[in-house]
Design a protein. Structure first.
Length: 269
């Protein structure tokens, strides 16, 4: 005959099992709250990579850049403050290139430039003359929990095409059309001296938003104002004609899909 204590223990088995399962789930996920951002960011899951536990492979940690530091001397609050200033006030070095490191890289979806080529290219466009009311509407600045020297943020740029837009030796007169970009993911990576080593952006987060036909960065501006975009037959025709000037040809090659450079036999270092 089963005693009363034994019966009570049997009744509690499901509850104990459920509590144990909940505790295990908690152990598998570790997260921390990013100061000032009000959201949980997963830091690691389960066991360390490369080990076996109970016959199962452990979870692989997320990839990061090879030179990513484990810790960073600049606080998250200070890094976010720097990122806001550099992006919104200096236009990422366009107005003040002292904020850029000597080994700075511009890494957009189809473009990779060093510091000098980046500055030469972006300063030649002078977007604020073409769209005087251009505004990035940048928001959601946060430090990457896996890369403590990187600040991510989102932009939803807007502007009105009331001036001449220069691109690839071509001039596009004012159309007075509005430019409304897709939300785009951007980031700035810093070194220990607080200089920017990498600027990434132009990565569309939802191509349905805005009037850029799903394109980001300068391609999005061209699409919004009705200008031909790199890769299109019309752009190729106008670009080939503009090549005769040879003044902005190589700059234009930086900002094409790479197709034009190969077709025209131009190679970028």
């Amino acid at each position: 005959m089963i005693s009363g204590d034994s019966l009570e223990a049997i009744r509690q088995v499901p509850a104990v099992a459920e509590a144990t399962a909940i505790e295990r789930r908690r152990d598998r996920v570790s997260a921390r709250l990013v100061p000032g951002q009000g959201q949980l960011c997963p830091l690691h899951y389960g066991m360390s990579s490369g080990k076996l536990a109970n016959g199962h492979l452990s979870t692989i940690p997320p990839a990061t850049l090879a030179d990513t530091p484990r810790t960073f001397s600049i606080s998250e609050q200070e890094l976010i403050k720097k990122a806001k200033h550099i992006f919104e006030e200096t236009q990422v070095g366009v107005k003040d290139d002292s904020v850029l490191a000597s080994d700075f890289r511009f890494e957009f979806p189809v473009v990779s430039l060093d510091k000098q080529k980046y500055l030469k290219a972006v300063r030649s466009f002078d977007l604020f003359k073409a769209l005087p009311n251009l505004k990035s509407h940048a928001y959601h600045y946060r430090v990457d929990p896996y890369e403590p020297n990187r600040v991510w943020f989102t932009s939803r740029s807007t502007g009105t095409h009331t001036g001449t837009l220069n691109f690839a030796g071509m001039k596009f007169n004012a159309t007075h059309k509005e430019y409304k970009s897709c939300p785009e993911s951007m980031s700035l990576i810093f070194n220990e001296q607080g200089k920017v080593t990498t600027y990434t952006g132009g990565y569309v987060m939802d191509r349905r938003v805005g009037n850029t036909k799903g394109l980001g960065a300068l391609f999005g501006v061209l699409a919004a104002v009705g200008a031909p975009v790199p890769g299109s037959p019309l752009f190729f025709a106008r670009f080939t004609f503009a090549k005769a000037t040879n003044l902005t040809f190589r700059i234009a090659n930086f900002f094409t899909l790479g197709i034009l450079g190969r077709v025209l036999g131009v190679k970028e270092d």
